[in-house]
Design a protein around this ligand. Structure first.
Ligand code: HSE
Length: 430
């Protein structure tokens, strides 16, 4: 190393799956990283809760400490890979307020306190980067922030949760019910022992808030994302979707119309021809529609220690290069004043499944109810007849309809004398 080569001191917070891989890459690839940056990256310490816990990768034991605050004080750049809101938020603020740039993979924190952290970074000229928070290894946040900064993004559709994509894919490929597919995902280590955050859509909703904030140069938080998980999806829904030319995916949809944005995460019927329909297993993908670029798709592993560490390292190299050149980090403050679309403005196509009497007049009663509500039906068919007790399973797909109108009509449908039960209601994309 030349004596004039500057050194950038790094504090790593967290030595879990991702933190361990970051430590490994920093130590194993130190020379090539130095060549790419023009500065030496020096890992000066790793803050952990328990010094004796087993590690995925064991760095020099001298590096580990339980005193995160003191470590941050000695560092130039902080890598926060602990997760959770506190103490991560306080530690990131401590670093940013002292002008130290931060790389984080903490989607929950960024989706809830992103604007506070961005303001702290902008105030001190520090950089805050968090590519690892969405889509694991997939470069998607920097493309939205930088590569597409000269374009106008109208929609972002994402498969941003690998666990639920694996479960739905299993249901499609094996015919399994949700519970069986979840158990398999847990057995293989995709789903956690408590899978709530994944299967109820909360993890994807945090990522949707982050994607929308960057795509639309605005600031959105987790509580602004209408969220529905996949627990009510049945093997029968999956079979019916396939027969109609769709796959069921848990999609994060961020959509801009004029100065209004709608944000949602929910199970969606996606035409089998859509590029996102081919995303199998635990992979992630983000599909972006922009005014001038057209349609773009970003695909790859959405989780895992080494893939997520790759995204952390990418952010770190970009920050370190900027430090070598001098000057403050890029502020990520909102530049557009956008509001959330009200519930009365949301519209989509829907697939509705119901158990109804297999008798003359049933279809016409159902069709009449939809006609009176001004809802146009695209397809309607009887799936199985009879199910039991003289009942048939009837499926219909609507044209685009206001959500409120559709939900009111579905309530009325359930009270028709010929309809025993509405068994499913799933949004349709495209
Ligand atoms: N639980 C997430 C998933 C991991 O299943 O995709 C990455 O955020």
């Amino acid at each position: 190393m030349s004596s004039s080569t500057p050194t950038i001191k790094l504090a790593l917070l967290g030595a879990g799956n991702v933190g361990s891989q970051v430590a490994r890459i920093l130590l194993e690839d130190a020379d090539s990283l130095q060549a790419r940056i023009g500065a030496r990256l020096e890992l000066i310490g790793i803050a952990v809760r328990d010094l004796t816990a087993p590690r995925h990768y064991q760095a020099d034991p001298q590096l580990y400490t339980t005193d995160a605050e003191a470590l941050i004080d000695r560092a130039d750049v902080v890598l926060e890979l602990t997760g959770g809101i506190e103490p991560a938020r306080s530690r990131i603020l401590q670093a940013l307020q002292a002008g130290k740039s931060v790389v984080s993979g903490n989607k929950a924190l960024l989706a809830q306190h992103g604007s506070e952290l961005a303001a702290a970074a902008a105030a001190s000229g520090a950089q805050l980067s968090y590519e690892a928070a969405v889509g694991g290894a997939i470069p998607i946040l920097r493309p939205l922030r930088d590569s597409l900064a000269g374009d106008r993004v109208s929609r972002v559709l994402g498969i941003v949760n690998g666990t639920t994509n694996y479960i739905l894919d299993q249901m499609h490929s094996t015919g399994a019910q949700f519970d069986q597919a979840l158990a398999e995902a847990q057995r293989l280590g995709y789903a956690e022992a408590d899978p709530t955050a994944d299967i109820e859509g909360h993890d994807a909703a945090a990522k949707a808030a982050i994607l929308a904030s960057l795509a639309f140069h605005s600031s959105f938080s987790l509580d602004q994302v209408r969220t529905e998980g996949i627990t009510s999806i049945s093997a029968e829904d999956v079979q019916a979707a396939e027969a109609e030319g769709y796959v069921i995916k848990l999609l994060a949809v961020c959509e801009r119309q004029g100065d209004q944005v709608s944000l949602r995460v929910n199970p969606t019927l996606l035409p089998q021809s859509h590029p996102l329909a081919s995303v199998r297993g635990a992979f992630n993908a983000v599909f972006v529609e922009a005014e001038n670029a057209g349609e773009l798709m970003f695909y790859g592993p959405g989780a895992g220690g080494a893939p997520t560490a790759s995204a952390v390292l990418g952010d770190l190299v970009a920050i370190a290069r900027r430090m070598v050149l001098g000057g403050p980090g890029l502020p990520d403050l909102p530049t557009e004043q956008l509001s959330l679309a009200g519930a009365d403005q949301l519209a989509s196509s829907y697939a509705v499944g119901m158990l109804a009497k297999d008798a003359p007049g049933t279809l016409s009663q159902i069709a009449q109810l939809f006609a009176e509500a001004g809802i146009s039906i695209e397809t309607i068919r009887q799936v199985k007849a009879p199910v039991a007790g003289g009942l048939a399973l009837i499926r219909l797909v609507t044209h685009r309809v206001k959500d409120q109108t559709l939900r009111q009509t579905v309530q009325q449908l359930a009270s028709l004398e010929t309809v025993q039960e509405v068994t499913s209601l799933i949004q349709v994309e495209g």
